[in-house]
Design a protein around this ligand. Sequence first.
Ligand SMILES: C[S@@+](CC[C@H](N)C(=O)[O-])C[C@H]1O[C@@H](n2cnc3c(N)ncnc32)[C@H](O)[C@@H]1O
Length: 267
Amino acid sequence: MNLSEIISKIKTKKWKNLDENVILEKIDLFLKRNPKTDIEKLTEKEIRPIIKFVRQELHRSYGAFQSDVYKRNRLLNELKKETPNNERNKEQEINEIKLKILKTHSSTRERLDLYDEIKKDLANLIKNKIILDLGCGLNPLMFDENKIIAAEFNKDDVDFLNEYFSFANKKSKAILLDLTKVENIEKLKEYKVDVIFAWKLFDLLNSNIIEAIMNLDAVKIVSFSTKTLGNRKMNSPKRKWFENRLNAMNLDYETARFESEIFYIIK
Ligand SMILES: C[S@@+](CC[C@H](N)C(=O)[O-])C[C@H]1O[C@@H](n2cnc3c(N)ncnc32)[C@H](O)[C@@H]1O
C-alpha cells in the first residue's frame, strides 16, 4: 500500500479538512518509533496499527478539544443574523449564542465561569493591546475589544474564526499555522503585537519550540490546566518544568491561579 492510500484512509470524516503535512508528520513519527517498518510493503491488515496510531495522535493534538463543529457553524449563522441589529435588547441573545459556541471547545468550556475574573486580573496587560493568541481554539471570541492575530493549525477553527471576525471583530484575523515548526515561530515575528497568549498549549509543544516562543518580543501570558484528564484537581498544579525553564532563561515571572487554570505572566 502506498503513502497516499494510507493518507486517504486517515482523511475521512473528522479529518477530511486536515492539512496532509500534519498527517505525514504523524506517520513519520510512527516510522521513527518503528524503524523496521517498510511502509510500501505493508498489507491492508498491517497498515491498521499505523492508522490507529496517527488517529490517536491527531486526537491528542487537536481533535480532543472539539465537540460539535456542525452545531458550532449553525450557531455562528444565528449570531451573524443577530449582530447587525446589535441593539441593547439583543445583547442578551447574542451573549447566549456566544456562550453556546464557546461550549463546543473543551478549553473555553472549562474557562467559561472564570473569564470575568481572569480578564479583570489581567486587565492592565490586555486592555487596548494587540494580542497574538497561539493555539487559540475559540478563545478569541472573548476578546472582541482587542485586535487579535489568532494562530491555529486546525483549519476548521481558522475558517470559523475568520468568519466570526468578518462581522464581530473586523480588526482581527486568524492564520493557519503549525506551531511545532521553528520556522513558523520565526514567521510570527512579522506581527507586531503587545501580548502573546499561549493558553493550555505548552503541554502539547516540545521544549525548543517553547523556548523560541518565549524569545518573541512581547509580554507572554501562558496558562496550564490544573485539572487532570479525568477532570480531577491536580495535586500540584504548578508546572515545575516550566518554571525551571524560565529560570534557566533568566526570565522573571508572576503567577495567577484560578479554579481550573494557572497563568504565568512573563514580561
Ligand atoms: C487545549 S487547546 C487550548 C485552546 C485555547 N488556547 C484555549 O485555551 O482556550 C489547544 C489548542 O492548540 C491547538 N494546537 C495544538 N497543537 C498545535 C500546533 N502544533 N499548532 C497550532 N495549534 C495547535 C489545538 O488545535 C487546540 O485548539
